[in-house]
Design a protein around this ligand. Structure first.
Ligand code: UD1
Length: 357
């Protein structure tokens, strides 16, 4: 069996890591195509290095652009290379423009398509990721749902026959890296002289937050007012937008910092008092590490983190400030995201379901 994984953006490299490792252990032929959607070393190379992911077989080097330009450029480039790779399965990950482009390219080329992290919905049709999720799920032949809730959503959309619940591959990575960094002091704490439990980590990069000048200003103003240090890990999209608007990313309790590699991030989050974010992956990672999270979005696709009481959705302003210093919720041992063996199930199912003819 030959699996061709198509990835392009930071969270996809994290999800790719356990699939690559499982394929290697099971002697499965696995090729990686990197679209080039993310190209800064801090958003790409560092994940391949740290998570021991083999180098991509093909790098399309597409880079940034508007949604149509970026998605179209990836589709065109994939049309030229996918048939030659002769995949038994094209595997796409999550909800980025690289996901959608690879899905469309694969179905048009009549190549079997599997979607990892299927069935997630925020219900917010203004989010580019929501378009990408829905369209990719309906294009794919095989849908790997991370949770029963995601599978139920796929069933409501008439896709039950193509769905398998496998657990969440990001949880596979988180659990193994958390064990590896157990004895590592917080890299952010050590660098900035902050005590364990004395700081929050923030990430803000979603278009809905960065590309609305007033909303971005209110988010940054709120972060400055939190009653303990907040370290903002600055994604290039935020850096560029804030510079264009003349919005300083420091002041009050707020400190700006470059993005971290995966291990440094996990070791730093584990010792944090809280996380303030609009990232999907980080909401889940913080929950698995039992760090209270404040999500600056009107909705989330990771509803289990809310139901368990560890994540709050807030608007910028007083609600954000208060949520960031709220009392720690009572402990829970729920495991909605699986047992850390999702990738093994994915590879096994792909091997048993190779379409013929
Ligand atoms: C993309 C995904 C988002 C995911 C995020 C993870 C889509 C629609 N969005 O958002 O779901 O959560 O990745 O980080 O696919 N840039 C750089 N260097 C890079 C990459 C981007 O400077 O290596 C800058 C460019 O100005 C670019 C902007 O960031 O225009 C946005 O990049 P893009 O890949 O379009 O979307 P993200 O915001 O990263």
């Amino acid at each position: 069996m030959r699996i061709v994984s198509v990835v392009g953006a930071r969270p996809q490299f994290v999800k790719l890591a356990p699939i690559a490792r499982t394929c290697e252990a099971a002697d499965v032929d696995h090729l990686i195509v990197h679209t080039g959607q993310h190209y800064d070393p801090l958003l790409s190379d560092v994940f391949f290095d740290e998570l021991h992911i083999p180098a991509p077989t093909i790098h399309l080097g597409v880079g940034s652009g508007s949604h149509g330009h970026q998605t179209g450029a990836i589709m065109g480039a994939l049309d030229d290379v996918l048939p030659g790779l002769a995949p038994d399965w094209v595997l796409v990950y999550g909800d980025t423009n690289s996901t959608l482009a690879a899905a469309i390219s694969a179905v048009k080329l009549h190549l079997p398509l599997a979607h990892l992290e299927a069935g997630l919905r925020s219900g917010d049709r203004r989010m580019p990721e929501e378009h990408n999720r829905v369209l990719t799920d309906h294009a794919a032949d095989l849908l790997f749902a991370p949770t029963p809730g995601a599978a139920a959503q796929l069933a409501r959309e008439g896709l039950a026959g193509r769905t398998e619940v496998v657990g969440d591959v990001m949880t596979d990575v988180l659990l193994s890296v958390a064990r590896e960094v157990e004895a590592m002091p917080s890299p952010l704490g050590a660098e900035l002289g902050l005590d364990d439990g004395g700081y929050s980590i923030a990430t803000i990069h979603r278009a809905e937050n960065t590309d609305d000048a007033d909303r971005l200003h209110r988010i940054i103003a709120s972060l400055r007012r939190v009653d303990h240090p907040v370290i903002l890990l600055v994604h290039p999209r935020l850096r560029d937008r804030a510079a264009a608007l003349g919005e300083p990313l420091e002041g009050g309790s707020l400190l700006a910092h470059d993005p971290l590699g995966y291990r440094e991030l996990i070791a730093s989050v584990r010792s944090a008092r809280g996380v303030i974010t609009d990232s999907g992956g980080l909401q889940k990672e913080a929950f698995l590490l039992r760090v209270p999270t404040t999500t600056v979005r009107p909705s989330t696709e990771w509803v289990e983190t809310i139901q368990a009481g560890w994540n709050l959705l807030v608007e910028p302003g007083q609600a954000l400030v208060e949520s960031a210093s709220r009392v720690r919720p009572s402990d829970t041992d729920v495991t909605p995201y699986g047992d850390g063996h999702a990738a093994e199930r994915v590879v096994k199912i792909l091997a048993s379901r190779i379409p013929t003819g």
